[in-house]
Design a protein around this ligand. Structure first.
Ligand code: LAC
Ligand code: ZN
Length: 463
């Protein structure tokens, strides 16, 4: 702290509040020397200029809901929270865009769009706490990727402060803009290692005029795959979510507060399908016809269709319950792998078996955005405060490597997955990432040690 410009002291909080000492990852809290809470882009630029000059480590923070340790502060460094840089700056109906400050909570953006008959499609369980700057920095996915894409697909313009304090402002609203390198892409998914996002121009969609959902029970994974093909074909562009929950997940979710099963019996798979259309009559009838055909073809064993928006919400509660698992399970490890959709149950079975065999007492449960090829799994040893993280991760990631999948579908690399990045990326790709990091942050002061090291350690140290 003493080495920072005294003019910046006014922006610093010391001691650092408890909540800024960690994110939602399962890592230990840290003690940064100070917390900065800038109000403007100029404040952020001044902090980074001073940090660059003095060689001070800075870790940017949004809503702190990340699961990979990307926003966890670093001992001896400072944390920089965007929590004061919030609010909607502009809604442009003709362009169908919203310009916001990076610290704005996701739910605030969703509601601001809705008030104008528009829709911001990014949605995830932590919507009330997470900030859009963090969502974009981690290229968050969530519940409706199958229809609208990841955070990356929803960003048109960006303002970002580089590690040396340079401000890049390009609040572009245009869909089409082929003018050289698309620089904003560098910062999307970089987890705050290349720059600090301060403002964003987001792409909006029309507010859906009719939303329907169903929870369906299936007897086999083949039936789930048939359902997915039928949903793509029968619902077309209306298909807005295809979530699958295995019984090990489902049985825990039913213990969460306010959650109950819309189905009477037990099934090998529980599927949540959502359709977003424009017309209650036409799209409701289409959804019903689609479900009837599934029944007639024997693809599903049982099903419940929503009759109202409150039913849709109640169905989603079975899936949103994942956010409450910390209270239900105690300490556990959370994973977000991706692979080919057809092999997901095979992966789940292999993982469940090997975790039980190789990690004494280890339990696991499976669910996720199966329509996007993204499986979530939680693994834990009951009653164990210190989870055998390395042993569990080794099993989960070695199998994903054998399946040719990705170690992170949507939560990012941060610290927790960094040792396994080479399972999903080639040495050439890792080397280029390290060169990009070194070029933008030559002093290694912005969120160092997250995602990728620059320079890259020698190959033999890299696993
Ligand atoms: C989910 C978050 C954890 O899908 O990615 O529940
Ligand atoms: Zn998810």
């Amino acid at each position: 702290m003493a080495r920072l410009d005294p003019a910046l002291q006014a922006l610093a909080l010391d001691p650092v509040p408890e909540r800024n000492r960690n994110d939602w990852s399962s890592l230990d809290p840290q003690s940064p020397v100070a917390l900065f809470r800038p109000r403007t882009t100029e404040d952020v630029a001044a902090i980074m200029t001073a940090a660059h000059t003095t060689g001070t480590v800075v870790v940017p923070q949004g809503g702190l809901t990340g699961l990979s340790g990307g926003a966890r502060p670093i001992e001896g460094g400072v944390a920089l929270s965007l929590e004061r840089m919030t609010g909607v700056i502009d809604v442009d109906e003709a362009a169908s865009t919203m310009t916001v400050w990076a610290g704005t909570p996701l739910e605030v953006i969703q509601k601001a769009a809705e008030e104008r008959g528009l829709y911001f499609s990014l949605d995830l369980g932590a919507r009330g706490s997470c900030a859009i700057g963090g969502n974009v920095s981690t290229n968050a996915g969530g519940n409706r990727v199958i229809r609208y894409g990841m955070a990356r697909d929803l960003v048109l313009g960006m303002e970002v402060v580089l590690p040396d304090g340079t401000v890049l402002t390009n609040l572009n609203k245009m869909m089409k803009n082929n003018t050289g390198y698309d620089l904003k892409q560098l910062f999307i998914g970089a987890e705050g290692t290349l720059g600090i996002i301060t403002r964003l121009v987001l792409k909006l969609h029309p507010l859906p005029g009719a939303t329907h959902a169903a929870v369906l029970g299936a007897a086999s994974y083949d039936a789930v795959l048939n359902m997915l093909t039928a949903a793509r074909r029968g619902l077309g562009p209306n298909l807005s979510a295809f979530e699958v929950m295995w019984p090990d997940y489902w049985n825990i979710a039913m213990r969460a507060e306010g959650v109950r099963s819309p189905l009477a019996g037990e099934h090998a798979f529980y599927v949540l399908i959502e359709s977003q259309g424009t017309d209650e009559g036409i799209d409701g009838a289409r959804f019903e016809k689609f479900l009837e055909a599934l029944f007639e073809q024997g693809v599903i064993e049982d099903g419940a269709m929503s009759q109202s928006l409150s039913d849709v919400k109640a169905f989603w509660a079975t899936r949103d319950a994942a956010a409450e698992f910390k209270a239900l399970l105690g300490p556990h490890m959370a994973y977000d792998v991706s692979m080919s959709v057809g092999r997901m149950d095979e992966y789940a079975q292999a993982c469940r078996t090997r975790l039980a065999r190789d990690v004494p007492g280890c339990l696991s449960c499976y669910y996720g955005h199966i329509g996007d090829g993204n499986l979530h799994l939680l693994a834990w040893v009951p009653g164990d405060a210190a989870q055998p993280q390395a042993e569990i991760s080794k099993v989960v990631y070695e199998i994903i490597r054998d399946f040719g999948g990705s170690i992170s579908a949507e939560h990012g690399i941060g610290l927790t997955k960094k040792p396994y990045l080479s399972y999903s990326r080639s040495p050439e790709e890792l080397a280029l990432m390290a060169r990009i990091k070194a070029a933008l942050d030559p002093k290694g002061i912005l969120n160092p040690g997250k995602v990728i090291d620059a320079p890259l350690p020698a190959t033999e140290d890299r696993t």
